[in-house]
Every structure is written in C-alpha cells, then in structure tokens.
Design a binder for this molecule. Sequence first.
Ligand SMILES: [Ca+2]
Length: 349
Amino acid sequence: MKRLPFSCALIPLVVLCLLASALGQSPRRVIIDTDPGVDDAMAILLALNSPELKVEALTVVPGNVDGKQGLENALKLVSLAGRCDVVVAGGAQHPLNQKLITAQYWHGKNGLAGVELPATKCKADPRFGPDLIIELVHKYPHEITLIPVGPLTNIALAVSKDPSIVPLVKDIVIMGGSITGGNVNGAAEANIYNDPEAASIVFNAGWMVTMVGSDVGERTIITRKYLADLQSVHGPESDFVVQLADFYITRSEKSGYSGAAMYDPLAVGVVVDPAVVTLKDMHVDVETKGEFTRGETVANRMGSDENNVLHGDHYEIDGVVELKPNARVCLASDADRFLKLFISRIKGK
Ligand SMILES: [Ca+2]
C-alpha cells in the first residue's frame, strides 16, 4: 500500500490552506491568548475553522478558570478539532498585582459549561506562553495578529520582557473593556478588571489596540434561532458548540436577555471579517485606582483634554491638549453578519 505523504491529522490544515489560497490570499497568522471559557471555546473553534486564519498558538492565561484548568480545556479543544498541530502553551498563573478571580459561576464548573470532552490527544508545549509569543513574533515579523480574549497578563509579560515585539506585531485585537459601562460592575469589563495593571501596560505599549468591548459583545448575541440552525447538521465540534450555546443562552435568559453575548468569538470575527464591526480611533486609559472604577477603560472620544493652567487661586482653561489615539474602539457590530459567519464555520463540523 502506498504511504500517504502526510499524516491524516494534517489533512484539515491542508484543506484550510487550500481554501485560503483559493480566496487569493495567504491566511493571517494569529496567536489566541485565552482563558477557556465557554465563549473562548467558541472563539477558538471559529478560528480553527476559518481559512482566513492560521492559528500559530494558543497561550493560556488564568481568568474564567485557573491556569491548570485552562490549559486542560485548551488541549481538549484542539484535540476535538483534530488539530494537535496547533501549539498550546501555559502562561502566567496569576494576575500581575491582585488575586485571581475565576468565573465558574458563568462558565460552569470546568469552564466549559460542565461538558466533559474526551481526553486530549494533544500535548502541551513546554514553553512559557509570554516567551512563546515573543519567539513567534520574531519568527514572523509584521505577520502575527495577537487575539487576547482573557485578562492581559500574558501579553503584558511579553511586551515588558521584550518591548521590541511591539512594532513587529501586525495587529492586536482584544476582547476587553467597554466605553459604556462594565459587565462586572458599573464600570469595569471582566478581562480588564481581572488584571488592570496588565491592561494598562498593553494599552500603553505603543501599538494600536483594536478593542472589542463587552458593550458591543452584548449587542452581538446568539439566540435560539441561530442555535436551531447550528443543530440542523451534526458533527463533534458543532454538537459541542450547541451544548455550550444552550448552557450560555439559558444562563443569559435567567438574567433577562434573549440570547448570549458573543464576546470572544466577535474578536476572532473581527480578524476574519473586519466588516462585522465599526471602529473609531480613540485614546483609551485604564483606571488602576478608582474607588468605583478600577479596571474601567476610559475612552476619550474627543481626542483631547482641556489644558487647565493655574492663575492665582484658580485654574483657567487654556486650550486643549491633543491626545494620540492608542486604540481602535469597536462602536457597533453587524450582529447578523457575524452570527451567520460563526454558524456557517461551525455547522456540521
Ligand atoms: Ca475569555
């Protein structure tokens, strides 16, 4: 019998590459930094099934679950997708300057809606996530798009250790922050709240951060209508996403919503199809102190601050100080366009 020229495990990758070349462009190299997580799992499966992307690595950060559980979940996800070729590495085990806050309350006891996936066939890479990010950015200068969809601890560690990666990164698209109130409390979104110091480092690193905030994710919801479409054709990945989405939608319905926010998948969606969102350049600061606002992304929509100058016993406004934008802030999404993309990529897989 003739030997196949490559292992069967590589066939899905080859098919994806062929699809991408048929589209007339080589796929974008991405690293997904993740705390999986129900919506992380959906984001990862979207990325792995999108020919526009070549997932170079998953790096795991603690957030929704601790680092150990997150690594196990990430390995089970790539195994489910038959993609042991994707490097999966652990990273930081705690935020830079505060205790870890995990979110089994929202994501189920194992972070994956309590669904027990088969044991992974894939192995963790021994490299430390932030070091792997540094290595891959230097290996593929100006080609890597970072997609952090958890707290920004690993990215902050990478840019702090080697700031030279900043101009070599093609793009950084984060799920995090909000310009219209938080989802943890009145001010803060969870990924920023869970490591505000790391977020501050990332926003001030010198690159333009594309910010896909919770406020836009909450207007991009998967409802039972889309779930029914996903259920119409079966496969191991789509059946799993149906279980996740059902758990997630049920959870959201109890809170009075008609569906579940596609936070992390939307960030991947923006890289696959930038037309799913509307962006505006702004200067964004991360509040690391405030009594009520620690972890808030404070976005300046005017591009300037008043310049207040002391005159005797009072200040007078003396024009404005222009601010350089550091973020492309997502203002709105075409939710139906994104959800159709998501469903079409997962359906029947
Ligand atoms: Ca996440």
